[in-house]
Design a protein around this ligand. Structure first.
Ligand SMILES: *Cc1c(COP(=O)(O)O)cnc(C)c1O
Length: 352
C-alpha cells in the first residue's frame, strides 16, 4: 500500500534500516541526560538549521506534537490576547485551544479562495501574538512566504507564530519573517508520529522569559533552560530524534526539495484537472498548497474512488472537517516517489 495520506503519511523507505541501526547502536535505551543523547540532539538541530535554512540565532525545541505546540505557545508566549487568521479546521482548532486560556483572543476567518489580508484591521496599537496557519491541511490552502513577510513588515513589534505542520520539510520557509514555527514530523518530514519541532526567534525567547510562566512541565522557560544542554524537560522520543537526524543527513537542501515538489505538483494538478466528475477543491492557484491537494466531487464518487484506490494499493487521505464527504486529499510530500505519484495518476485517469 502506498500512502498518499497527508499525515500520518508515507515514511522514508530508509526508516526500517535506521530503526535497525538505532537498535544495534543502543540508541533506543540511551539516557536523555547522557553525552550520547546530547550529541544526537545537537547534531539534529544543526542539520535542521543547515537543511531548512533556519537562522543561526533561532532556538529549536523538541515537543511531542503540533497540538502540544499550540499549548506551549498559549500558556508561555501569549500574555493577554492573540489574533488568529484561519480558513480551515486546523487554524480554527488552534484558535479554540487558545481561547480556553485567553478569553480575549480573536479569530478572523477568511475565504479559502482568498489570500490572507491582515491589513483590513489595524493591530498596530494593539498588543498580542499574530497566529497564522501557513499550510491548512484540511482544505489544501497555503499562505505564501511573501504574505508572511508583509505581515512582518506591517507589524515588526508583534510576535508572529506560524503552524507549518504539513509544509515544513517540503517547502522553503522564510523563518526570519516570524518568531515561532512548528511542525509535527508525521507529515512532510516523512517520519513516524510522536514528535514535533518548534523553532523560536530571539524575540520569542525574550518574551517567554519576560512572561516567565512556570506552571507546566512544558513551560517554555523550562524548555529554554534544558535546551542550553540540548535536552528536553521530559524523556523525549529519542528514536524519532535519531531518525530525524538520519533523514536530514540524507535529504537535499530545502530549496532543491521544494523545487522538485513544485515540478511534481504541476503535473499532478494537470492530471486532476482532467478527471471526470472531480475537480480541485481550491481554484485560486495563488493560495493552493504545494504539499496537500484535495480533490472534490460528489460524495458517492469520492467514496467509490477511495475504495477502488485502496483495492489497487493506493491509500488516499479522507476529506477533513467540513470537506469530509466531498473530497479526498493527496499528499505531495518528499517521501513519496515520482514513480509512485505517476502510478497514482494512471489509476486516477482510468478510474470511473
Ligand atoms: C496535523 C496538523 C496538526 C496537528 O498535529 P498533531 O501532531 O496531531 O498534534 C496541527 N496543525 C496542522 C496544520 C496539521 O496539519
Amino acid at each position: 500500500m502506498i500512502s498518499f495520506y497527508p499525515g500520518p503519511s508515507k515514511v522514508y523507505e530508509q526508516i526500517p534500516k535506521y530503526v535497525k541501526d538505532a537498535y544495534a547502536d543502543g540508541v533506543m535505551s540511551i539516557n536523555h541526560r547522557s553525552e550520547e543523547f546530547m550529541k544526537i540532539s545537537s547534531s539534529t538541530i544543526s542539520l535542521l538549521k543547515e537543511k531548512l535554512f533556519i537562522p543561526e540565532d533561532y532556538t529549536v525545541f523538541f515537543a511531542s506534537s503540533a497540538t502540544e505546540c499550540w499549548e506551549i505557545i498559549t500558556q508561555s508566549l501569549i500574555d493577554n490576547t492573540s489574533y488568529h487568521f484561519f480558513n480551515g479546521a486546523f487554524g480554527e482548532k488552534w484558535f479554540e485551544y487558545t481561547k480556553k486560556l485567553h478569553k480575549l483572543s480573536i479569530g478572523y476567518r477568511f475565504n479559502i479562495e482568498a489570500e490572507l489580508k491582515i491589513g483590513d484591521m489595524d493591530l498596530s496599537s494593539e498588543k498580542g501574538m499574530i497566529c497564522i496557519t501557513q499550510n491548512e491541511t484540511s482544505n489544501g490552502t497555503r499562505v505564501s512566504t511573501k504574505r508572511i513577510a508583509k505581515v512582518r513588515k506591517q507589524y515588526p513589534n508583534h510576535l508572529i507564530a506560524v503552524d507549518a505542520t504539513s509544509s515544513m520539510g517540503g517547502v522553503e520557509l522564510k523563518f526570519a519573517d516570524a518568531d515561532v514555527w512548528y511542525a509535527s514530523v508525521q507529515k512532510c518530514f516523512g517520519l513516524p508520529a510522536g514528535m514535533a519541532v518548534m523553532i523560536c526567534s530571539p524575540q520569542a525567547i525574550k518574551k517567554a522569559l519576560e512572561i516567565n510562566e512556570r506552571k507546566h512541565y512544558n513551560s517554555l522557560p523550562f524548555m529554554i533552560d534544558k535546551m542550553q544542554d540540548w535536552q528536553t524537560t521530559y524523556t523525549p522520543n529519542v528514536l524519532n530524534i535519531y531518525l530525524l537526524q538520519r533523514v536530514l543527513q540524507k535529504v537535499k537542501p530545502i530549496d532543491e526539495v521544494h523545487k522538485k515538489l513544485k515540478t511534481r505538483l504541476k503535473k499532478h494538478l494537470k492530471t486532476v484537472d482532467k478527471l471526470k466528475g472531480m475537480k480541485l477543491l481550491v481554484k485560486n492557484p495563488r493560495v493552493r498548497s504545494h504539499t496537500v491537494v484535495p480533490v472534490s466531487g460528489e460524495p458517492e464518487l469520492i467514496k467509490r474512488v477511495k475504495q477502488k484506490a485502496k483495492d489497487e494499493g493506493f491509500l488516499l487521505g479522507n476529506g477533513y472537517g467540513s470537506h469530509k464527504e466531498n473530497t479526498f486529499r493527496i499528499a505531495n510530500f518528499p517521501a513519496i516517489k515520482a514513480k509512485e505519484m505517476k502510478a497514482l495518476h494512471e489509476f486516477l485517469t482510468a478510474v470511473d
